[in-house]
Every structure is written in structure tokens, then in C-alpha cells.
Design a protein around this ligand. Structure first.
Ligand code: ARG
Length: 284
């Protein structure tokens, strides 16, 4: 047996992983439906089963609590069917709240609805922004850096506004595939230093930036990206993601994570899944 095998060369070192409990904000899909289309997933002629969406959403919420996370809920507003996608409601870092300003008029009322939840819940540093941004749909904090998407929804000028507001470096990334219109549909944060993403969703320049910053990132296949496998939530150990993303599930296991497959098929009809339904309240 060659010496290298004896010392274990060639085997991936898997770091010990610990789950860190999070505080999350979610919105029950009581008024969920698809009667307008603002992304290629949304086909108003296809029927939506709101009862099933509610069940799938409840299961996700229970899963979070069973894993030790705290889930707050915001009251859903009639006439705002996409409000279930809480990730778009704001971006919260160090207890500061950057409110969302939506691109499409169908969703504009969600911004003030989420902002008033933060006001009522004691948040003091709030910014009603000058530029369009769709919350954590396009802003993903990784440790002390914020990755920021643009191309479809969030205005690139918002990235500078976010950097000044949070006082953290914001890295702009440009999306090119309309089925991956938000950053959180093409990239997901696994820990303070690790991400996974689908390179083809980005411009060549943005791909190069991601390679530079995260040379060891987990790369998704087209198939896993297409089932929204990257619309995932990680607490540092447990990674909740669409169960159809079987390739990603294997890759995550190999890296020492605990992937948990979730079925949110009804919400996928509006172009959303696990992460879209989850806004992280980074209070400190
Ligand atoms: N129908 C919604 C939209 O197009 C889906 C939002 C999904 N949310 C997300 N964080 N990617 O705006």
C-alpha cells in the first residue's frame, strides 16, 4: 500500500460542524395564490392548492422549531399572495433593518407591511431605502461580508446603499438566468466561510469573483439548480433544501453537513422554496 494512503492523503478532511440556533421570520401562506406572473415559474393558468401550500409551509416551520430555531410569524395580508416569501421582506444584520422596496407593483405593499412588523417588534435602526432591493432574496450575508445580487430585481445602486447602512463590505454579483432571478435561487450560504452556487446563473465576471472569494465552494449541477436546490437554509450543520436536489444532498453529506430534504412543491409554482420562505433575524 502506498505510503500516502496510510496517512490518508486524498481523503477530504471534513470539519466538525455545529448548528447555531437562529431567529427566523416567516409568513403563513393563507392568501397564497398565483394570479399574476413576475417570474418564469409563475403560470396563472396552473391551479394552486393553497391548502397543500399551508401544510407544506407548516411542516417547514415545525422542522425549524424541532431543530432548535425560533420562528416568529408576521400576519399575512389579503391581496398579497407572495407575502409568504418572507426572505424578500427586509435584510437584517446586526439588528439593523434595511427595508425592501419591490420592483413590481404587485408586491410593493409588502415592503411597508414588513417594515411595520419590525417597528412593532422593537427594532430601532430602520432604513426606508432610496433604491429597489428585494431583501434577502438578493442580500446574503456570509460572515462579515454581504453578497448582493442584481440583474433582475435589486437595483445595483442599492448595493452601495446597503454597504453604507450596514458598514460591511457588499460584493455585487450579476444574475443572467431569468429562472434564477434572485441571488438566493442561485447561491446559498452554508456557514460563515462557505457557500454553494450554480456558476451558470452569473455573468463571467461575477463567476470569477466567486471563484476568487470562495475557491472551495460547493458547485451545483444544472439539474440541482433547476429544482431550486440552492434555495436552501443552513444553520451551520443542518441544511434544509428542496428534496429533489439529490446531487446537492450527497455533496453536502460528503462535506459533513446534515442535509434535510423538504417538499414545498406548491410554493415552487410561484418560484419560491425553503430560503424564500425564511427571513433571518440577525439581531446582534
Ligand atoms: N413570486 C415571487 C416573486 O417572483 C417569488 C419570490 C421568491 N423569493 C425569493 N426569496 N427568491 O417575487
Amino acid at each position: 500500500m502506498p505510503y500516502t494512503d496510510v496517512i490518508g492523503a486524498g481523503r477530504e478532511a471534513t470539519p466538525a460542524r455545529t448548528a447555531v440556533p437562529r431567529r427566523l421570520l416567516m409568513c403563513r401562506p393563507s392568501h397564497y395564490d398565483v394570479y399574476y406572473s413576475i417570474n418564469p415559474w409563475m403560470q396563472p393558468e396552473k391551479p394552486v392548492d393553497t391548502g397543500l401550500a399551508l401544510l407544506q409551509w407548516e411542516r417547514l416551520r415545525e422542522l425549524y422549531t424541532s431543530l432548535g430555531h425560533t420562528v416568529e410569524v408576521i400576519e399575512p395580508v389579503p391581496g398579497l399572495p407572495d407575502m409568504v416569501f418572507a426572505a424578500n421582506g427586509a435584510t437584517v444584520v446586526d439588528g439593523k433593518v434595511l427595508a425592501a422596496r419591490f420592483r413590481h407593483m404587485e408586491r410593493t405593499a409588502e415592503g411597508p407591511a414588513y417594515l411595520s412588523w419590525f417597528r412593532r417588534n422593537g427594532y430601532q435602526e430602520l432604513l426606508w431605502p432610496e433604491f429597489i432591493n428585494e431583501g434577502e432574496g438578493d442580500y446574503l450575508p456570509v460572515g462579515r461580508r454581504i453578497l448582493a445580487g442584481t440583474g433582475f430585481r435589486t437595483d445595483q445602486r442599492s448595493h452601495h446603499e446597503a454597504q453604507e447602512f450596514f458598514g460591511l463590505p457588499v460584493t455585487s454579483l450579476t444574475l443572467v438566468n431569468p429562472r434564477h432571478y434572485h441571488l438566493d435561487t442561485a447561491l446559498s450560504v452554508l456557514s460563515d466561510t462557505e457557500i454553494m452556487y450554480w456558476p451558470e446563473a452569473f455573468t463571467p465576471g461575477s463567476r470569477a469573483v466567486l471563484r476568487e472569494l470562495y475557491p472551495d465552494a460547493l458547485l451545483a449541477t444544472e439539474q440541482d439548480a433547476a429544482v431550486f436546490g440552492l434555495n436552501a437554509f443552513s444553520d451551520g450543520y443542518n441544511v434544509l433544501l428542496p428534496q429533489a436536489a439529490s446531487g446537492l444532498i450527497e455533496q453536502l453529506k460528503a462535506r459533513g453537513f446534515n442535509p434535510v430534504g423538504v417538499d414545498l412543491s406548491e410554493l415552487l409554482l410561484a418560484g419560491g422554496s425553503v430560503k424564500c420562505c425564511t427571513l433571518e433575524l440577525r439581531d446582534h
